[in-house]
Design a protein around this ligand. Sequence first.
Ligand code: GLC
Length: 648
Amino acid sequence: MYDHQLYSYLNIQLEDAVNISGKDNLFYTRFLANAAEIKALYNEIYGSHPLNETSFNRLVETIIKNYKKRPGVLIERDIAKLEEGHWFLNNNIAGMSLYVDRFCGSLTNLENKLDYFEESGVNLLHLMPLFESPATESDGGYAVSNFRKVDGRFGTLEDLQNVQESMQARNMYLMLDIVLNHTSHRHEWANKARQGDTYYQDYFYFFNDRTVPDAYDRTMPDIFPESSPGNFTYVEECNKWVMTVFHNYQWDLNYTNPNVFIEMLDTIFFYGNLGVDILRIDAPAFIWKQLGTTSQNLPQAHALLRLIKLCVQVATPGMALLGEAIVAPHEIMKYFGTGRHKARECDYAYNATQMALQWDALATGEIKVMMAAQHEILNKPYGTTWITYTRCHDDIGLGYDDYMIEQAGMQPYEHRNYLKNYYSGNFPGSPAKGALFSSNSKTGDARISGSLASLCGLENAVNDEDGLVIEESINKILLMQAQSFFIGGTPMLFYGDEVGYTNDYSYLQEEGKSYDNRWMHRPVINWEKNDKRNETGSIEQQVFSATRRLLQLRKQLAVVADHSNLTWLTPHNSHVAAFIRAIGDKRIFCLFNFSTQRAYVTWYTFKEKGYAPAKVYDHWQEKEYSVGKDHEYLILEPYGFCIMEPMD
Ligand code: GLC
């Protein structure tokens, strides 16, 4: 909607700052297109704040300043991406998430590993938090004490810039985090607040006594009940309580204060101007707090994200946003935007629901719960996409809804218990070797730690020197990866999984890590082990070559691009997940057998959507099949899968 005052003001600001009819015309156009909505959203959040007017002007200045700082090559890359449209839907993109120090020591060494990624088929790197963070109070880098200084452990900002440039020269993509919800208690703002500076105390949630914290605690769940119970921490120096939803050394930022928003937006642009292609917004569900609620997923948190999206679209439009919302399925969906804001909030979210459901299917051999959840997952709006994964640096939460388990004919409490026991090795006969993370004695909740390989049984099988179980574990690893690669979205491998790393227990000896068993699945890479990917028949070689082949296959098949083009099939076999991916007259049939037994799938499955191929080619086994009569079967091996393309 045209707002005369706003546009007159903007024109004055922009005419002075940039060449509106010349080289900066696209920026000018984007700004005009988004300005009214930026202002409206800003007012929705900060309209009644005494700093409203001045801080809005600062917001405009921040956008202009950062656009002006944007390097020319990135502006060119922006334009190329804008011309491509939804560039991040492309089936060409495949990522890996890694800790630079644990992977290869430093950012300079990382440059020498770029060939390794190319060899693996990975062209997107998610570098786990690199910015300064106190060594033993860091939460893996998610407690940032300086948002702009690369931690000495990894190298320097210049090293990061060099890596980014080398990656860009190879057409690779970079993903970094913005830890939006909190800072380290050693951040400059926290230090000033601790010393009694009320200006900076207002950057956080400070309280004189326990009255309000107690009231908040009544409805806010515990995130780390074992290592950091409660949501507040006493600060002795100023005799006050500060909100700390995660660890006691992570102080929650107060987004009711517009100064905080603008500082953090400026940091977002700083990352954008470093050449970040995908910005992972850490823990966005938590950025707005309200008494009497869980302080998660509140409407204001969504309004803030939409505001960020609009501003990013103006100044750094080539940077996509990933909302790391690991919440209930219908809540995850809202991070893509709702109502008239659909597809206008985060471009990406983690498909945490599907990830957990695959673990459910692997432990039960049944896909019933997975199916009961798909109606929700399919609500993802066109033009947005998933990060698909089997595991990441965090724990695996069984975050899908109880009703989904009930619909599958099971009792939710018992079912979740079974899964937790199965993966933590407490269920007799379970091949998995993981552990429970953040067990909450009050609610009975717990999440699961453990590497992909260990949870698939490889660690126990190797210890037992059991060749058959080793083979079965490798098949499970590949089944899990294959489903996540083909279901739609950008696959994100977790480093080490490409060569089958099992749990790494060295964290137990590391100060600042031993209390957090998520480190068991964050291995320290041993390059001699990774080099075994070249030894025919080794576990590393089997996992690596198959993973690479799956990624190559993905890149070859344009139908895998996430155009919201997935249709589930109903193969009348509760062990087999099957879907079609289709664009125009191109299609592939993907089938995954989660059972320890062979699965029989009637050929009717290939006809149930009205289209009946006579012959199909399985790209995975490189085998042709004639589609048989409706009562005849396709046989899938235990934990086997097919990626089939019609041949006519
Ligand atoms: C995110 C991160 C997790 C971290 C938490 C707090 O969920 O993925 O590792 O502990 O945020 O920053």
